[in-house]
Write a protein of this length. Structure first.
Length: 273
């Protein structure tokens, strides 16, 4: 195991679209969705859409088939496999839902690479209807976050929890990847020794660019799956090299190491798909 924790958003980060929009468009329910959206939170609209699908005779198997066709950039799975092979702890924090994410990850054969998935509850009930509920029950109480977080989920609170549960003595270092406005709050929670990978020209990028000094973590943008893979592998290498240097330094009581020595360390392995 390395000391690296990688936290991925799901929609437009692991997959290359928004899973809710994909399902609604593929099933031909865009007009109804657009009618409902101004009347209630997104998460509640999706539960209602599932009821509509069910009453139109669309089964959960039909929904799964549509989810199996979801677009994903061809370099994402190799990037996930390489990071896992290098001993990183991979997790997902997503405002989609557990039903979609598990269906898609199982279909792609990559569920086993993730140690934890945090998302809105989603399951198939006794009548065979998919139910989606909020991660944070905003009917009981607000999560109280002032950042642009939807009422059903503050990803910042989830990152706080992960930071508190992974062992402090291990000196864990985080890499957080995301695209949406909801990924801004967790980006602000990262520390100096962490890294944030915002998707270039997406809402989280715009929010970070307004005042980058608010983000303590190092910022490394990416635009597509290919660049995501390149940047992620580079950062994993940098962190591993850092730890290696610290290990050598403490082991040999060396005060300084010349760059030529550091460069002679073996590069972290890159796993081919
Ligand atoms: Mg997203
Ligand atoms: Zn928040």
């Amino acid at each position: 195991m390395s000391n690296i924790v990688i936290v991925f958003d799901f929609d437009k980060t692991i997959i290359d679209c928004d899973s809710d929009n994909w399902l609604i468009e593929e099933l031909g329910f865009t007009d109804l969705f657009n009618q409902l959206l101004p009347t209630m939170p997104w998460n509640s609209v999706m539960d209602k859409m599932m009821m509509e699908f069910h009453s139109h005779g669309i089964t959960n198997e039909d929904i799964e088939k549509v989810l199996h066709r979801i677009p994903i950039h061809h370099r994402i799975i190799p990037a996930i496999k390489s990071a896992y092979a290098l001993g990183c702890d991979l997790r997902i924090v997503s405002d989609a839902n557990m039903f979609y994410i598990e269906t898609i990850l199982k279909h792609l054969g990559i569920k086993k690479y993730f140690s934890e998935i945090n998302s809105n509850p989603g399951y198939v009930n006794q009548e065979g209807r998919v139910r989606i509920s909020p991660y944070h029950d905003f009917n009981k109480a607000s999560h109280g976050c002032i950042n642009p977080c939807p009422p059903n989920m503050c990803k910042g609170l989830i990152i706080d929890r992960i930071q508190n549960t992974v062992c402090e003595v291990d000196n864990k270092r985080f890499i957080y990847l995301g695209d949406g406005a909801g990924d801004y709050c967790p980006s602000l929670r990262l520390r100096e020794r962490d890294f944030v990978m915002p998707r270039k020209n997406f809402p989280v990028w715009d929010l970070i660019c307004k005042d980058p000094s608010l983000v303590k973590a190092e910022i490394h943008a990416w635009c597509d799956g290919e660049e995501l893979e390149q940047v992620l592998m580079k950062l994993i290498n940098v962190i591993m090299m850092d730890e290696h240097v610290q290990f050598i330094a403490s082991d040999c009581k060396l005060q300084t190491l010349s760059t030529s020595v550091i460069e002679s360390f073996p590069k972290a392995l890159r796993v081919q798909p």
